[in-house]
Design a protein around this ligand. Structure first.
Ligand code: PLP
Length: 391
């Protein structure tokens, strides 16, 4: 086929079937990010993708706006990410007028990155994920990342069952109103009340049992099989980390470039490890000079949304460079001290990330920027903060 058939087409104008393997999509995304370019064109017949379906999904789910396409056989394309509009989705600059809630969730980016501390050239920056509009947490990204690519399938099944420490459940319950399906959330009995309250208020069902999502997952699977519901499975679906490659990690990269930061490390807290996997994959492949530090609770500690693990569940994706452990008391203390210095009340997981970053910054005293991802706001956890104050 003649070379002149090669052209750039908007990804949104193409249609493709669901891939047979999301793992192959992840492999294609890894190749795209590590090479920094789309190497081979996607074959199209009109708007229909006829060959290169995994590559199409990798381009779409990493947020490329354009794809190199050709009629007939696939061709060598070598289209750099920048030429594919890789950063367009996260660079903001639009008037924030959206035609609907789904568009708001997909396009209102980036979330703010704010400097919360500076001591002798060591700066700590917080990425405030409570700016996401549905669950007021980072889990909007996970939820829309899990649902949007398979929205038709979800609508057909009619119901989604999912285990969640709370925030994913709230985000899914909100999306269910927009996309037209039912949600049953399985939330540990030990979680703070906001998750159950919000899901019920949004018209979803809630099962409250056990002390962790790990206990609930087999129950979710059995109930969903019985009722013909879909389990999106944020614990194992690669659509979870892909959402954080596409948005969370890329935003940090873009914001640090345009904001003139010299990031030494990014701190991510770990529950499903979805955002840890997305951020560590992105930085390992695109900015290997930046360390990604995973934060988990120390033994016996309980920090909402986080889980201590010794193994890494995302086989195809690299884990954080280093894992540090923080106690629940340290997380809450860091949250309180930052609130009193800056007026911003992080949820305890954000407090844990802040504690880990402040400890490293204190130890290293090397000039540069330390970025923490703050998953949600502390107003959901007032009981924990007030108990710690003895109130
Ligand atoms: N922080 C909070 C408040 C959460 O709700 C969660 C997950 O539920 C996390 C951190 C961890 O995020 P991830 O599941 O991406 O590891």
């Amino acid at each position: 086929m003649a070379r002149e058939t090669l052209r750039l087409a908007p990804v949104s104008s193409l249609v493709a079937s669901t891939p047979t393997s999301w793992e192959d999509v992840v492999r294609s995304a890894i190749s795209l990010l590590s090479k920094g370019a789309q190497e081979l064109s996607i074959s199209v017949k009109g708007q229909e993708v006829s060959d290169g379906i995994e590559d199409y999904w990798a381009l779409r789910l990493t947020g490329c706006q354009l794809a190199a396409v050709s009629e007939g056989a696939r061709e060598r394309a070598l289209a750099p990410l920048e030429a594919l509009g890789f950063f367009d989705e996260v660079s903001g600059g639009w008037p924030r007028v959206y035609g609907g809630v789904l568009e708001l969730v997909l396009r209102d980016r980036p979330s703010p990155l704010v400097m919360i501390k500076e001591v002798k050239g060591v700066r700590i920056w917080a990425k405030l994920e409570w700016y996401n509009p549905l669950s007021l947490s980072i889990k909007d990204r996970t939820a829309v990342g899990l649902v949007e690519p398979v929205a038709e399938e979800v609508r057909r099944a009619g119901a989604v069952y999912e285990a969640s420490s709370s925030n994913t459940a709230v985000a899914l319950a909100a999306l269910s109103r927009v996309l037209g399906f039912r949600v049953r959330a399985y939330i540990p009995a030990t979680a703070e009340p906001f998750g159950e309250q919000m899901v019920r208020l949004l018209g979803g069902d809630v099962v409250r049992a056990g002390t962790s999502t790990t206990e609930l997952r087999p129950i979710v699977k059995a109930d969903a099989e019985r009722d013909g519901a879909i389990v999106l499975n944020q614990f194992e679906s690669y659509l979870n980390p892909l959402a954080h490659i596409r948005w969370t990690a890329k935003e940090i990269d873009h914001q640090s470039r345009v904001g003139g930061l010299r990031p030494r490390a990014v701190y991510v807290t770990m529950g499903t490890r979805g955002h840890a996997a997305g951020v560590s994959t992105y930085f390992r492949l695109r900015r290997p000079d930046v360390e990604v530090v995973g934060v988990q609770p120390s033994g016996g500690s309980s920090i909402p949304g986080l889980r201590k693990e010794t193994s890494w569940t995302w086989g195809l994706l690299p884990p954080p460079t280093r894992v540090v452990e923080v106690s629940d008391e340290e997380a809450v203390q860091a949250g309180l001290s930052i609130a009193r210095e800056t007026g911003l009340l992080f949820g305890p997981s954000g407090g844990a990330a802040a504690w880990a970053a402040m400890r490293d910054a204190d130890k290293n005293k090397e000039e540069g920027d330390y970025v923490i991802v703050v998953p949600d706001h502390g107003v959901k956890y007032l009981r924990l903060y007030l108990e710690s104050l003895g109130a």
